[in-house]
Write a protein that binds this ligand. Structure first.
Ligand code: HEC
Ligand code: HEC
Length: 334
């Protein structure tokens, strides 16, 4: 029996009563940033009901306008701020209060009544007393409990069945992988909740979360295909490609204001990578950027580019391939 089928069966057998209501009072680690993340998700007080992924009181659901694609997973994102605290909205970006917690649960569409999906992993980022902490909970097959992976737990791989019954390898990253995207993004390491990636509903409906009304940075796109490409690149590339050299991560800037100037007609520069022009107007297949995102993920690919993004993705994002091709084609008319 495939893992999803097993999950579905367990979920049906366990039923709604298998996931008791958590205590409505905030869990101790949420109120005291010196306490470690609990080993069990049931003790973390994030979900009022783990079967339906109904969040506990105080957790706010949000949706970034420029999301990261992750192997067709459905994602649910939550924010928790300690009582009485707010997000600081400053000219140089946002500041999250001590004790702020962000959660992202990855699920696969399969079981009715469970957020439509089977939860696989729940990732947590927290602003603790000694800096930002990362944790990842691995869900059990019954879908009613998840355990925090040990800090240096390596990535976990297993086969999942997708909606069409095909197997594919799913990878839960280890903690070092979290830092590859989040720590390189800068401070704060929160990527999907900030001026460049602000859920408009959060800004409108939850002003009490912010010290001042938050404003989104609009995308400086000149056309609809360019807007779509910028949105995809903000969500999937700019947390590494942000112009500042950090460790071994690429520094060339793909943030919206720099995207066109740094790609159209510009040669690649990484010694660890292939040679080419990043974007050749009208020629997606001849553009290094398209080659890195699309062609390099083909199992038969024999070129020099590493697939982009280099971590967190195992299958090709077909929608992204179309978005990038449309944008590169649209540049020919300029
Ligand atoms: C491939 C890069 C990448 C890796 C690896 C990665 N993340 Fe993220 N993560 C992102 C991006 C991009 C977002 C924002 C967009 C989104 O949520 O779709 C995000 C969002 C999140 C969020 C919601 C808050 C936020 O920053 O927007 C949490 C929580 C989170 N990640 C935790 C983790 C943890 C814990 C790990 C390691 C187990 C991890 N992530 C690994 C790229 C990554
Ligand atoms: C986790 C960090 C990370 C993410 C996310 C990421 N890249 Fe990269 N990228 C790198 C690194 C490191 C290199 C340089 C070394 C190499 O090529 O392996 C690179 C190299 C490249 C290159 C070739 C070198 C050059 O000078 O042009 C292209 C093109 C590229 N990235 C595009 C993208 C695009 C488009 C995305 C989003 C779909 C993306 N990258 C996401 C880290 C990242």
């Amino acid at each position: 029996m495939g893992r999803l089928a097993a999950c579905a069966l367990c979920a049906l057998l366990v039923g709604a009563s298998g996931c008791g209501e958590d205590d409505p009072a905030p869990a101790p680690w949420l109120l005291d940033p010196a306490l470690p993340m609990p080993t069990w998700l049931s003790a973390a007080g994030i979900y009022a009901d783990r079967l339906t992924l109904a969040p506990a009181d105080g957790f706010v659901v949000y949706e970034p306008p420029h999301p990261l694609y992750s192997n067709r997973a459905t994602k649910q994102r939550l924010l928790w701020l300690p009582p009485g605290t707010r997000i600081a909205v400053g000219p140089d970006g946002w500041g999250f209060p001590l004790g702020a917690v962000l959660v992202k649960t990855f699920a696969y569409r399969h079981v009715e009544g469970r957020f439509g999906d089977v939860a696989i992993e729940t990732r947590v980022i927290r602003r603790a007393a000694d800096g930002w902490q990362y944790g990842v909970y691995h869900w059990d097959e019954g879908g009613d409990e998840a355990r925090l992976a040990a800090p240096r737990w390596p990535e976990a791989r297993f086969l999942l069945e997708d909606l069409n019954g095909s197997d594919f390898t799913y990878v839960i990253p280890g903690e070092l992988d979290c830092e590859a995207c989040h720590a390189t993004h800068g401070d704060p390491p929160v990527i999907g909740l900030g001026p460049g990636n602000l859920d408009p509903a959060l800004a409108l409906d939850r002003p009490e979360l912010f010290e001042a009304p938050p404003a989104a940075d609009p995308l400086p796109a000149r056309s609809e295909p360019e807007r779509a490409a910028m949105s995809y690149i903000v969500g999937n590339c700019a947390h590494c490609h942000h112009g500042a050299p950090r460790g071994d991560n690429a520094s060339f800037d793909l943030r919206p204001a720099a995207l066109v100037a740094n790609t159209v007609g510009v040669p690649t520069e990484s010694s660890a990578s292939g040679d080419g022009i990043r974007v050749v107007p009208g020629d997606p297949a001849g553009s290094a950027l398209y080659e890195a995102v699309v062609s390099a993920r083909d199992p038969g690919y024999a070129g020099d580019f590493k697939p982009m993004p280099p971590v967190g993705i195992v299958d090709l994002d077909r929608e992204a391939a179309d978005i990038l091709a449309d944008w590169i084609d649209s540049l020919e008319a300029e």
